[in-house]
Write a protein that binds this ligand. Structure first.
Ligand SMILES: *Cc1c(COP(=O)(O)O)cnc(C)c1O
Length: 420
């Protein structure tokens, strides 16, 4: 595995300067020294260029950020500046979007079990709401929701981990096609349809099938009920490479192909023009984020495994434990050094499953080395916990040789603030 291969998983501005990893023009080990570890480092240039890639590939499509990937006020502000809307699924995510300046017209509200308070909040801001069930239709109407799209499960098995597959028969999300027809007859005020087939997709195959499927369904709904969707939200799902062997999915190809296929299928069925939305989460922020850890204990187990233990783990990145996500890493100040063997990177939690990387080749790691794990900008800090009463990490944004804190590290006082 060559350096360039590994470096290509890092943000666009990442480089080895004399063997020292730099991101956004700042040395990673300096960031670790200044802000402490574990630390999430976000590269502003990569966030902006990912947003621009979507906008350029699909200029007529409204792009909304699946904010659960990393709900952070500053990152949301940046995405809003780039013309990206916000997709939220709780009062908390809605509050983050509003804090970042989003207004109702720029927000889509999701959730398979929206509370009355969530529906009321969505109505109060005038957000578009993805209705998830027949019973929610009436509750949404009663709550004063004026703009709704119906979430459908087409029965398409996305080629991804079962925990992040969302449109198969039996999914807890949305309604099956037959129920959707009933819903449309019952609520012709619905403005359109929504579907999201899953996450961490490495090619456009399933998304293209979904585009065809939704056009065919729209045509069927038009014939059987006389109703025609004005809006189609085709969801998110594009993956991010996290390990050297992963394919490198292209935002430009994915968004361009899906938008073109939808347009083609729409025309084929003779349907009137439709507003199209996409909701990428991971692909907007995943590559932009790098986690820095400090190396602690290095030791060999009886089976020959050499463990490199770091000062975080499943509390700041539960993705290997949840989805068998694979990652890689470099020693931030010895990027160009020869590797000496294979190591297993473990966290510091009281669980044997608290492993971040099963196998990674590294130069000899020592206590105090900074370990940098690329492609950890999505679904890491947003899924973080205080397991073992660990304090959740800080996040900094880097650009043009400068860093600034966009989320401070938790303190023990933060933990005690919840106790009575
Ligand atoms: C999670 C989610 C997204 C974003 O998914 P990614 O895989 O991060 O792109 C979009 N829409 C809905 C409804 C979601 O639940």
């Amino acid at each position: 595995m060559s350096n360039t291969e590994v470096l290509s998983l890092f943000p666009e501005t990442a480089a080895s300067l004399g063997g020292r990893l730099s991101i956004g023009g700042v040395a990673a080990s300096e960031l670790a020294a200044t802000y402490g570890t574990p630390l999430l480092v976000y590269d502003e240039a990569t966030i902006r260029s990912s947003a621009r890639a979507y906008r350029a590939a699909a200029p007529n499509v409204h792009i909304h950020f699946g904010s659960k990937a990393f709900p952070n006020v500053e990152v949301l502000r940046i995405l809003r500046e780039e013309g990206i809307g916000a997709d939220v699924a709780s009062l908390g995510e809605l509050a983050f979007a509003q804090r970042a300046g989003y207004t109702g017209a720029e927000i889509v509200v999701h959730g398979n079990n929206k509370s009355d308070a969530e529906l009321a909040a969505a109505a109060a801001v005038g957000a578009l709401v993805a209705i998830d069930s027949l019973e929610e239709l009436d509750r949404a109407k009663a709550a004063g929701i004026e703009r709704g799209i119906l979430r459908i499960t087409p029965g398409i098995d996305a080629d991804t981990h079962e925990a992040i597959r969302t449109a198969h028969h039996g999914s807890k999300f949305g309604v099956p096609p037959e129920v959707a027809l009933d819903a449309i007859r019952h609520a012709p005020w619905l403005e359109g349809l929504h579907t999201h087939i899953g996450s961490q997709l490495f090619d456009a195959g399933a998304a293209l099938m979904t585009a065809d499927w939704i056009a065919a369904f729209a045509a069927r709904a038009r014939t059987e009920t006389g109703w025609t969707p004005k809006t189609i939200d085709i969801g998110g799902g594009l993956g991010v490479a996290t390990a050297p062997e992963d394919p490198r999915p292209s935002i430009h190809d994915f968004a361009g192909q899906v938008a073109a296929e939808l347009e083609r299928a729409w025309a084929e069925h003779g349907l009137p023009p439709v507003a199209v939305m996409m909701e990428p989460g991971r692909s907007l922020v995943g590559r932009a984020g790098v986690t820095l850890y400090s190396v602690g204990t290095v030791k060999q187990a009886a089976d020959g495994t050499t463990y490199v233990a770091v000062d975080g783990g499943m509390s700041d990145n539960p993705r290997r434990a949840l989805y068998q996500a694979r990652y890689t890493a470099v020693l931030a100040d010895r990027v160009d050094d020869e590797t000496v063997g294979r190591f297993t990177v473990a966290g510091k939690h009281c669980e044997s499953g608290d492993v971040l990387i099963d196998r990674v080749e590294l130069p000899e790691p020592h206590r105090g080395d900074v370990l940098a794990v690329p492609a950890t900008g999505a679904y890491t800090l947003s899924m973080a916990s205080n397991y073992n009463a660990l304090l959740r990490p800080a996040a900094v944004l880097v650009a043009d040789g400068h860093a600034r804190l966009i989320r401070r590290r938790e303190t023990l006082d933060d933990l005690f603030a919840l106790e009575s």
